[in-house]
Design a protein around this ligand. Sequence first.
Ligand SMILES: NC(=O)c1ccc[n+]([C@@H]2O[C@H](COP(=O)([O-])OP(=O)(O)OC[C@H]3O[C@@H](n4cnc5c(N)ncnc54)[C@H](O)[C@@H]3O)[C@@H](O)[C@H]2O)c1
Length: 382
Amino acid sequence: MTQKKQLNVGLVGYGFMGRTHSNAFLQAGRFFDLPYRPVLKAVCARNPERVASFAENWGYESIETDWQALVARKDIDLIDIASPNNTHAEIAIAAAKAGKMVMCEKPLGRTADEALAMVEAVEAAGVPNMVWYNYRRVPAVMMLKDLLDEDRFGRIFHYRSQFLQDWTISQDLPQGGEGLWRLDASVSGSGVTGDLLAHNIDMALWLNGPIVEVSAMTQTFIKERKHSLTGEMHPVTIDDASAFMCRFQNGSLALFEATRYARGHKALFTLEINGEKASASWDLHDLHRLEYFDHRDESRLRGWKDIHITDGDHPYMKNWWVPGLQIGYEHTFIHQVADFMQAVGDDKPIAPSFRDGLATEYVTDAVLKSATTKQWEKVLGN
Ligand SMILES: NC(=O)c1ccc[n+]([C@@H]2O[C@H](COP(=O)([O-])OP(=O)(O)OC[C@H]3O[C@@H](n4cnc5c(N)ncnc54)[C@H](O)[C@@H]3O)[C@@H](O)[C@H]2O)c1
């Protein structure tokens, strides 16, 4: 067996995403033949006891409690940022300046300005970079991308996408601090626009091309919440719900919606695309299925196909079990690590790059601006 080159990972943050990323770094090389072997070299977070316990559970060789010390280490090749949104820019820019590869959770920055500074830093340093828009790597979604690239849909008329949750309906839920930083705009940047819609937008830009202009509305249903860090009531400044319509550069029209107030829905990420010759739809709760309608089918047999994306000729699936057996959420992160390592090994472009992440931020900025001005707003960066 040939000895693989090691790629030493330094992870920042051991929360929800810290776990998905650690699992992905451990599993990727076991299921995909990669030019590098990711090594869990160090994990960083501020609480020494908790970070030590995380390191032991996942097999990290060492810990740090200050991300600057992690970035300064000579034995780290890749900084992986899985901490809240207000930390992304500072860590990514420092990591790029130190010559490290950088992977960063979404949204890239809290605003397009922050994201642009991050793009400039990684491009100036010439370091491989990637944003964790992991849903691109659901096999059914990758299959849809392939079908679009094969031009099976003809001219595209419509795109629609939603991300529905219900976990912030209670007035008693505090804002700020651990787990609840998403409700504090100074940390998150925005509410569901940057947290949820960013996923829908990244996927839409990738599948259907640039968005030119948007008209949006947002709502903050609960205006005041106790802040976990001060114990006092503070105004809520995030958007609880966000909806917008837009025009794509290819002439198609679209509707997007995200909320954390859709009672009964936990993570219902959906999309549908309608073209002249074909349509497709997908949803995260049934992530291994792609619904596909092809108007060129014989008219007597024409109808929606419910394709179970588990066969060896479906994207990624030959690396997993046998046809008919499904994979899940965590595999999207494993695929992203595998594709990243392969691209670095082949010296090929990596997607979604920081520049791709910036494109999403130009759209989310336009959405938030339009919700305030109540006017159509152009998307910058096109
Ligand atoms: N790709 C996805 O589908 C997805 C899903 C969830 C979250 N996210 C993104 O991932 C990031 C983290 O979200 P999460 O849900 O894992 O959050 P979390 O609250 O579960 O975990 C955050 C972690 O960051 C650590 N942290 C906070 N400040 C730090 C600092 N200054 N230095 C070092 N560590 C610090 C915390 O201790 C914690 O371990 C966010 O940017 C979020 O938007 C992406």
